[in-house]
Design a protein around this ligand. Structure first.
Ligand code: AP5
Length: 211
């Protein structure tokens, strides 16, 4: 199964990917996670990306496309992958399509997790991540266990200001990939409202309904 998760910041892409991995046995490939790892280790790519990410802008296509396409060509992704956060511009979608055609690989599905803008800021500003396990929590909606609270971190781009900028970029740059995939009969919409468990059930129903 080769699939893409799309949705606004805070839609629940990372949360749902973590819940679906065991079931579908494919790697979760998040360009946001890859870029944060590069920033943390201070690579030239990370240094370049940090400025864009912290203010809620998109990292340039020429930086991200090569990184993502190289990643999906790794052996662990040979029989499937769950892409999260890529593509998020029309040129990225076109580059991915060309790379998959070259490799003789077919994309199975693009799942759009839909959440209204009015809920996004609260989800984003309440998010905390466990640097040891990568687990994603929300201080109200998915409270962390007491024994991990002290080590949780908040992403630098999870401020109200950066989140507002990310939402603007989502609508201007990422939303255009929705008709791109709709016209290829690959798009499935999933309601991202409700508890994470409810959304997971909808995701599984949607994905299993495809085959
Ligand atoms: P990226 O890391 O991809 O961020 P994003 O797309 O903005 O998505 P998020 O990670 O913020 O949200 P999510 O949908 O995964 O939500 P989550 O599950 O965590 O990208 C970050 C930056 O990197 C970009 O801004 C850009 O600069 C750069 N970048 C990355 N890829 C790029 C690319 N391809 N091109 C260019 N630049 C790129 O959930 C959010 C919160 O809500 C959590 O606290 C969670 O617990 C909570 N929550 C989840 N589900 C529910 C629910 N059902 N109910 C209540 N709360 C919930």
């Amino acid at each position: 199964m080769r699939m893409i998760l799309v949705g606004p910041p805070g839609a629940g892409k990372g949360t749902q990917a973590a819940r679906l991995l065991d079931r579908f046995k494919i790697p979760h490939i998040s360009t946001g996670d890859m870029l944060r790892a590069a920033v943390k280790s201070g690579t030239p790519l990370g240094v370049e990306a940090a400025g864009y990410m912290n203010r809620g802008a998109l990292v340039p296509d020429e930086v991200v496309i090569g990184m993502a396409i190289e990643r999906i060509s790794q052996p662990d992704a040979s029989s499937g992958f769950m892409l999260d956060g890529f593509p998020r511009t029309r040129p990225q979608a076109e580059a991915l399509e060309a790379a998959l055609v070259d490799a003789g690989i077919k994309l199975d599905a693009v799942i759009l997790i839909q959440v209204d803008d009015s809920l996004i800021i609260e989800r984003i500003t309440g998010r905390r991540t466990d640097p040891e396990t990568g687990a994603i929590y929300h201080m109200t909606f998915s409270p962390p266990p007491a024994d991990v609270v002290d080590r949780l971190v908040q992403r630098k781009d999870d401020t109200e200001e950066a989140c507002a900028a990310r939402l603007v970029k989502y609508h201007s740059d990422t939303a255009p990939i929705i008709p791109f995939y709709e016209s290829r009969a690959l798009l499935t919409r999933v309601d991202g409202l409700g508890s994470p468990d409810e959304v997971t059930k909808r995701m599984i129903d949607a994905i299993e309904g495809l085959s």
